[in-house]
Write a protein that binds this ligand. Structure first.
Ligand code: GRF
Length: 235
């Protein structure tokens, strides 16, 4: 069955990852799936243009309006979950620059069905550190968004940073890792140059993770993601 996907964005990013996802569908790099709705918490999010262009339904769900009406953050999470579940019958929720932490009121509708793109390298499990492919150990960058996460790697003189696609759990930036991509930091890098190279990688790993999900090739075993082999089907 074709997986119905919701992509959640905000006005903090440029929507480049949403664009990369939609291009991957256009180029048949993702099969067996369809973006059926794009959600933003702000009506002027730049990325909405990509949904408009392809006539993909858009929902603006403003948290600010909820709070002004005397409703709570839990109400917001609950109602957002209901819309995606009941109105759109969503199979996979993709956070691509979404800024709000989604609590269990939302996640209960989508157990192991929400993935996030994080602009820092995250380890498997709850460790505070991870070992890079060249053996160097660095501290995980958690709880920081966009530019702040990139700046952190520069401020702490990391040799390498990168981005991670992971399943979302109620504990922020700690769900099982699907794919991470390392990016070497150059001596003369600033946030702009480094983030530019990180985003190029993000535009590959997020569509890749979605493709794996749509092919039913992702499993979680003892908190770790296992990717089923496309040929043999073994995990
Ligand atoms: C990405 O860099 C992602 O890692 C972070 O938000 C950013 C969104 O960028 N969570 P864009 O709007 O897709 O360009």
């Amino acid at each position: 069955m074709v997986k119905k996907i919701a992509v959640l964005i905000s006005d903090k990013g440029t929507g480049s990852n949403l664009d990369a996802i939609l291009q991957a569908f256009d180029n048949s790099q993702i099969l067996n799936g369809k973006v059926t709705v794009v959600i933003s918490d702000k009506k002027d999010a730049q990325g909405l243009i990509h949904a408009h262009k392809r006539n993909i339904p858009i929902e603006i769900k403003s948290l600010k309006e909820y709070l002004q009406q005397g409703k709570t953050r839990r109400n917001y999470d609950h109602d957002l979950g209901q819309i995606l579940k009941k109105k759109y019958d969503i199979d996979l929720v993709v956070l691509a620059g979404w800024m709000l932490i989604l609590g269990s009121e939302f996640l209960k509708y989508f157990p192991n069905k929400v993935i996030n793109l994080h602009p820092g390298l995250l380890p498997d499990g709850d460790s505070d550190y991870l070992v890079l492919s060249d053996g160097v150990r660095i501290k995980a960058i958690r709880g920081l968004h966009t530019d702040a996460a990139v700046q952190f790697a520069l401020d702490h003189h990391y040799p390498v940073t990168g981005s991670t696609v992971h399943f979302v759990t109620p504990v922020v930036d700690q769900g099982s890792v699907i794919i991470r991509s390392e990016v070497k930091i150059k001596n003369n890098d600033d946030v702009k140059t480094l983030y530019h190279r990180m985003k190029k990688e993000e535009h590959k790993i997020l569509p890749k993770a979605i493709a794996l999900y749509c092919e039913d090739r992702l499993f979680i075993r003892k908190g770790r993601v296992i990717i089923k082999d496309a040929e043999t089907g073994s995990a």
